[in-house]
Design a protein around this ligand. Structure first.
Ligand code: NAD
Length: 455
């Protein structure tokens, strides 16, 4: 039994039956039966159905935002922002998919023609995280469905009500039930799903779980895509606008209560502006309203996962023991709910757990650096490689620094930003493959090469 708990009040909201292995097998069997018919429909039908889904999400926005806030503690204004931005992502796929699926003539001469066509993978699993369930889910299921695949969708056990709401709206829009089937439960249910032979596994979650999944599905030669964690860093040069950079990075570190894969988790500031930067940064963080996530003014809510409070405590204790200074916060909040005080730690060094392990909470370490080489080295000194950024007034200098960052996404004077038009892709422990952009459509099809000799 899955007990859905409100992290702000610690009350159990709902109890849901987890899918048993036999129920999962039945869903897989039905998906195999239904997928060819879905793929055979004209693309314009699938586009129309997804367009209707987008409209339904817009129509039910307030109810969906409330559900998300209740089950994972996302401040309701930010839950609404996620739902509003979803429309833009879906629009990108609605416009771009046709071009990406178009068959192409690549060669024609002396009696031979070569053509390239794209076919759906078939049955794919979408095993998803809780922190942005609409974004990380739709990055997979929207293009997967448009490309003609059937999707077995396992929402995180922390947001199953959101997962079920997504399924209801897709069905109402016209996706057949066997073509989009939610699978409800935790890691063991996910594992049971992946025991079936599937043609694609698209996972968003932690590095630890991603590694296990890679090992589990490798023998089946299944296409695997992993969007994993990050320890995203930013270097602030001495010529940056200190106040603007501090405000932007405080938001990048604390938005969604620091629970974004691309949350800013490490900041390195040039030593000549270090003191001024800390002052502005702490002032900004102290201005964030912490509290009831259902209140529209709340900026920082509870953590979604109770266990993460212990992780943050351990990271803070380790940082302090190694010379870090707690400028604000540094502990959990007393009373009901999984709240951690927004925490800023200065004199952060890369040897600290705070600067190596994903924090996934409202906690940030800020270190000082000597120059650009030192800044780039410290940013790159991580097992993760999701995003990295630089703040400077000098565009040429920014380009030179970004070229040296070993990360899938790089930012100049911005952070914590995702675009549907660009691939979202991690390096090293941050993952394998890309969602979004053109690559994030081609991820859901396989090529077929035609060699055609007329006579
Ligand atoms: P998680 O790894 O605990 O779980 C993710 C999903 O996988 C859940 O649905 C879970 O039930 C399932 N799962 C866990 N172990 C499994 C297994 N062995 N087999 C099959 N399924 C399994 O991660 P989470 O706590 O839900 O999400 C937070 C993590 O996700 C963070 O590390 C964050 O950085 C990462 N994330 C990455 C991106 C990205 O785009 N790179 C986006 C969002 C979140």
């Amino acid at each position: 039994m899955l007990r859905v708990t409100n992290p702000a009040t610690e009350e159990v909201i709902r109890e849901l039956e987890e899918d048993r292995p036999s129920a999962i097998s039945e869903k897989v069997r039905r998906a195999y039966r239904a997928q060819p018919g879905w793929a055979a429909r004209p693309l314009k039908d699938r586009l129309e159905i997804v367009r209707r889904f987008k409209e339904l999400v817009g129509k039910h926005q307030d109810r969906l935002a409330k559900t998300l806030t209740m089950e994972m503690g996302k401040p309701v204004t930010q839950a609404t922002n996620e739902l509003k931005a979803l429309a833009g992502r879906i629009d990108y796929f609605l416009v771009e998919t046709k071009d990406q699926l178009e068959e192409e003539e690549v060669y024609k001469a002396s009696g031979i023609e070569e053509r390239l066509a794209w076919e759906p993978l078939g049955i794919v699993a979408n095993v998803s995280a809780w922190n942005y369930p609409y974004f990380v889910g739709s990055n997979v299921f929207v293009p997967a469905l448009l490309c003609g695949n059937a999707v077995l969708y396992k929402p995180s056990e922390l947001v199953p009500l959101t997962g079920l709401a997504i399924a209801e709206l897709l069905w109402e829009a016209g996706v057949p039930k066997d073509v989009f089937a939610p699978v409800i439960g935790g890691a063991a249910v996910g594992q049971a799903l992946l025991e079936h032979q599937l043609q694609g596994v698209f996972f968003t979650g932690s590095h630890a779980a991603g590694k296990k999944i890679a090992q589990q599905v490798a023998p089946g030669m299944t296409r695997l895509q992993l969007e994993l964690g990050g320890k995203d860093a930013t270097y602030v040069c001495e010529d940056a606008d200190v106040k603007t950079a501090a405000q932007s990075l405080a938001d990048g570190a604390m938005y969604n209560t620091g629970q974004s894969c691309c949350s800013v988790e490490r900041i390195y500031v040039h030593e000549s502006i270090y003191g001024a930067f800390l002052e502005h940064f702490v002032e900004e963080v102290k201005g964030f309203v912490v509290g009831d996530p259902t209140d529209a003014n709340t900026y920082i809510g509870p953590l979604a996962r109770k266990q993460q409070l212990d992780v943050l405590d351990a990271q803070v204790a380790d940082a302090v023991q190694r010379g870090g200074k707690v400028l604000c916060g540094g502990k959990r909040r007393q009373g009901k709910g999984y709240y951690y005080e927004p925490t800023v730690i200065s004199e952060a060094q890369n040897g600290m757990r705070l600067m190596r392990e994903e924090s996934f909470g409202p906690v940030i370490g800020i270190g000082r650096v000597r120059d650009d080489n030192d800044g780039v080295d410290r940013v790159n000194d991580s097992e993760y490689g999701l995003t990295a950024g630089v703040y400077t007034k000098d565009g040429a200098r920014a380009r030179a620094i970004m070229a040296r960052f070993n990360a899938g996404t790089v930012y100049w004077n911005c952070c914590d930003r995702v675009s549907p038009r660009l691939p979202w892709t991690g390096r090293r422990h941050s993952g394998v493959g890309s969602t979004l952009g053109k690559l994030g459509i081609r991820a859901f099809v396989q090529p077929k090469a035609y060699h055609l000799k007329g006579e």
